[in-house]
Design a protein around this ligand. Sequence first.
Ligand SMILES: [Zn+2]
Length: 406
Amino acid sequence: MSRSKRLRERGIADKQGYICHKCLGEGELSQIVADSDSNDTCSICQEQNPSESLINLANMLLEAIEFEYEDPANSVGFESREGGYYIKPIPTRELLFDKYEIDGETLDLLCHIIIQEYWVKKHPYNDWEDDKMMDEWQVFSEFVKHKYRYYLNSLDHDPLDRNSTVFKHNPNLILEKFAQFVFEHDLDKKLPANTRVYRGRKERAGENHSTMNELGPPPPEKAKYSNRMSPAGISMFYGGLEIELCLSELRQMESELIVKISVWDTTKELLLLNLTNLPNLPSDFDEEGRLYKREIIFLHRFAEEISKPIVKDGNEHIEYIPTQVLTDFFRTLHFRHEGHQPFHGIVYESSTNSGECLVLFCGPEGCVDSEQDIEDNHMLLFHPELVEKHEVTYDVEMTHHRISLY
Ligand SMILES: [Zn+2]
């Protein structure tokens, strides 16, 4: 087969020439070409900058496009009387301009070389593939907030509604895919034994908390409030690796407050789900990375949601459900995945301060206040002698606080 015919079968017109990175706009493709070793004369500007051949550029663009789009002739019905597809296809020109930021003469040239003129999203009749559905976080959130919340494991169909979205958007499948990604990409962090951890508690006038029971996680029957990761009735330890972090997390609620900071050491190595160092969203031109685009978007959405400040306006009972369900999913993952060590908690970035916040999956039963009493089920040793009282004032311009040792 001739070269020209081979190219044509790939959907590329055989044309000689090069385009330099400067003529490729500001998008990802331009950045990739900027690293190229070849300096052939650019067919557009006639300069000798890092460049790539027209054929290679067309091929790269086609591979990126074909990852999400396909030829409408293969999947969309054609209405010959009306003379058009049932779903409006997107011209190549529009895709190159909107998605890859290519314009001007370069756009004209590349549109001549890529033979395919129109595209539609893959599986165009399945709303799973809609832009909105690309955001599986939204699908999952809506599902657990407004449809089903418990026993997601057993949901492979909805007995009451055979046309329901359960078939298409089983949240359990979304979660399992997500867990697989976490395992494969080592998204965990080991917090060594004897790591210092701080926890803040607000104090009202007249209160003077000093004991482990008062400053540690509440007993389950007193865990009255919904939190980002724990629903009312389930107690967890929320803390941070720095004092300033605990103060700034509490400071969001009020302008002036008294905070007791309690000091803890981990009693053993703890395995945490690590949301502080998530992979960046992969480029469409990254063959390996783009396979995980959805999982990465989902993880970022989860990390974003849990680091948002707590707002107690009554809606938290619904709004925090997705992150609570997801936390529960990770808390119980080792029961479903043989050989996987249980996660003891999650580490995530604070929204208010650059630093690492923690949630540990333990209530008072995981805390101990004397070294002699440490047992296997404990995670944290409380230091009663290190409790600090902070008076925090906050204004827009500056933040300061006075410390008095308790
Ligand atoms: Zn150029």
